[in-house]
Design a protein around this ligand. Sequence first.
Ligand code: XLS
Ligand code: MG
Length: 355
Amino acid sequence: MPSPTVYRFSFGPWNISEGADPFGPNVRAMYPHEGKFALYQPLGFDGVQFHDDDVVPGLDRLSPQQIVTKAQAVGQMLRNQGLEPEFVAPRLWFAEQTIDGGYTSNSEGDRRYAWERTQRSVDIARAVGCKAIVLWLAREGSYIREAKSAMLAYERLLAVVNQTLAYDPEIQIWIEPKPNEPTDMAYVPTAGHAIALAYASQDPRRVKALIESAHALLANLDPSDEMAFCLAHDKLGSVHLNDQNGLKYDQDKNFGTANLRGAFNQVLVLEDGGYGRRGEFVGLDVKAMRTQRGAPVVEHLKSSRKLFLHLVEKARSYDRKRVEEYRRQRDYEALELYTMEHLLLGGNYARAYTP
Ligand code: XLS
Ligand code: MG
């Protein structure tokens, strides 16, 4: 039996936000970006996830050399604070050149911009000291299917994956699938699509997926299965744990708060799949409620981490022998009751309670 994994946690600076949504402005004071880094360790986090311009603001106006110099300084600042950069994601959804998507835009100039920005993100990842970029393909898709050739789009996505692998011999690419929002119909909506791209690429070992619970739920899939699929192929680069209440806008609710049993199954899969033993982070992509007062608001990060750790305890005390026995007898009614009672009742109470 390997010793139990000691999980390490990460989040991105965007997870401490001011509360704006598409229908209303900020409701909390801005919290300076640099100040956020000091919050990580006291909250129990030591991994930092970045968008490229979180590391180097305004990078489109800087030369590649200026970008690298600035990123190196951020890397040093992180090391001084005992923090580790987990990944850098090119922000390919904000600039004018990405209105119709980046890699799959119908405009050649826009596609060139996306590729240049991707190279800069790889440079930033290397300079800040991490080995992965995340492709959240926000606007790679369309509002109407007739707008783009999906076949061509998938060819273009694979070409960019290959170009990136060739650009840097060590960089890993973790694709974060999402089926919708901000585009209606997104390419690469599921883990299956991401892993297919990985195997079709020139170096499948370096292409993995980042599975976000809410994104899987928006595709009407079970997040624990999406994670298990990646783990079975040794392709789970990272996770964005959170929750989602039905098929709505992307909610990024606290982990385990909409479906506790679903969250338990995600933790079980991570535990059984050995996730985290090679230093993988447990990323929490959670958003504070707009109603929450104060600045900075960090309760959602604390709560999600705490709920994850409670579920780790539940996963470790889940009686696997008993589960195996129920499976052998094909008694899934009993297995379900056992699972629910295990989640509902504390250890002592469970023993004391006889129906
Ligand atoms: C948005 C994504 C985003 C990425 C990072 O839906 O979850 O937060 O994880 O750009
Ligand atoms: Mg995410």
